[in-house]
Design a binder for this molecule. Structure first.
Ligand code: GLN
Length: 204
């Protein structure tokens, strides 16, 4: 697969920024809003935004079940921030009735970093993602971000916050070809995580 077609769930959230990063990483991005549009994609990005709204829209557009089926059938997917919540098997501090697509065996806590630090930036070591000998840390942007509260046996920790009050918090995880970050790699001007995902898709 030389240039995989990667859908971006375009119900709500920062769709355009993912478009640019995917193009830069050698993929062909397309928006996905309807169940039929899912059929034509090799993989899916679930962007940041607001997971409660995204869940409600996904349910209203009859996308939840088709998404669950494709993820269960092995479609690679990459969730960022609200998208990480959507790909998690379990949520804490969700709203009443909030469901996810699931696929990654983790529990995420919504808005975990607290209201007082709504948005912040922090360095995240990228050793598990960047194959270069001494990878630069990733300068990550967090916006009302979740963190990964606990990781089940199916999932793997890829990165933790390096320092500051949130040091040690798990902010990137993977389960097979499902990838999720609590931060927004589409906003960082650093395509290493998108490239990693596109490579996973090409191997699929
Ligand atoms: N707090 C949001 C949620 O619960 C996520 C924020 C984001 O994606 N930037 O979905």
């Amino acid at each position: 697969m030389s240039e995989p077609t990667i859908g971006i769930l375009a119900l709500q959230g920062d769709v355009r920024e993912h478009h640019r990063m995917l193009t830069e990483s050698g993929a062909k991005p397309v928006n996905v809003r309807r169940p039929e549009e899912l059929l034509g994609v090799d993989a899916l990005v679930v962007p940041g935004g607001e997971s409660t709204t995204m869940f409600k829209l996904a349910a209203a557009f009859d996308l939840l079940e088709p998404l669950r089926k494709r993820v269960a059938a092995g479609m690679p997917a990459f969730g960022t921030c609200a998208g990480m919540i959507m790909l998690a098997d379990r949520i804490q501090d969700g709203i009443e009735g909030q469901q996810t697509v699931g696929g990654i065996d983790v529990t995420v806590r919504r808005n975990a970093f607290g209201r007082q630090v709504d948005s912040f930036e922090a360095d995240v070591p990228l050793d598990a993602i960047d194959p270069s000998p001494q990878p630069q840390p990733y300068h990550a942007v967090f916006i009302r971000a979740p963190w990964v509260e606990s990781v089940g046996s199916g999932a793997e920790v890829l990165a933790r916050v390096a320092s500051g009050p949130a040091a040690g918090r798990i902010v990137a995880v993977r389960q097979g070809r499902l990838l999720a970050t609590a931060f927004h790699p589409e906003l960082a001007g650093d395509a290493r995580i998108h490239r990693f995902f596109v490579e996973l898709v090409k191997e699929a």
